[in-house]
Design a protein around this ligand. Structure first.
Ligand code: C2G
Length: 130
């Protein structure tokens, strides 16, 4: 059985998120998703997600192609998460291209094209303007 792992915040879930999860799932038989915690986002992006960690986990868990969800607390632990999941392939969007190449010694690393023109930030701005 081929196990796929991917990571993300998935705040204000949109079609770009769904498409990458579906494409990742098609690469194997079992999709594991690491949802980054509120604390990790504050450290990484300087802002808390609109939806809480618990809500984002619940939403991702309800997606048909997702088999397992866990909370990603630290970027530094990515290697540990990959190994604990027994993942064969790490999949990320190409906004992360090259950033996770260090894990090529423990699994295959693939960067898939992002969906153009869609982002959580864009939707936050649109909502604020209205
Ligand atoms: N994505 C996409 N197309 C978009 C927006 C996002 O394909 N228009 C992909 C991203 O490339 C990523 C996934 O959807 O693979 C989740 O995106 P984010 O929620 O923005 O995740 P990010 O905050 O980049 O968190 O450890 C890494 C982080 O957890 C990644």
């Amino acid at each position: 059985m081929k196990r796929i792992i991917t990571f993300g915040t998935y705040d204000l879930l949109h079609v770009g998120h769904i498409r990458i999860l579906e494409r990742a799932a098609k690469l194997g038989d079992y999709l594991i998703v690491g949802v980054s915690s509120d604390e990790l986002n504050i450290a990484k992006k300087g802002r808390a997600p609109v939806y809480s960690t618990a809500d984002r986990v619940e939403i991702i868990q309800s997606i048909r192609c997702v088999d397992k969800v866990f909370v990603e607390h630290s970027l530094e632990d990515k290697g540990k998460y990959i190994q604990e999941a027994g993942a064969d392939i790490l999949v990320m969007g190409d906004d992360w291209a090259g950033k996770f190449d260090e894990f090529k010694d423990i699994c295959e690393v693939m960067y898939l094209p992002r969906t153009e023109g869609i982002s959580t930030t864009h939707y936050i701005e649109t909502i604020s303007e209205r």
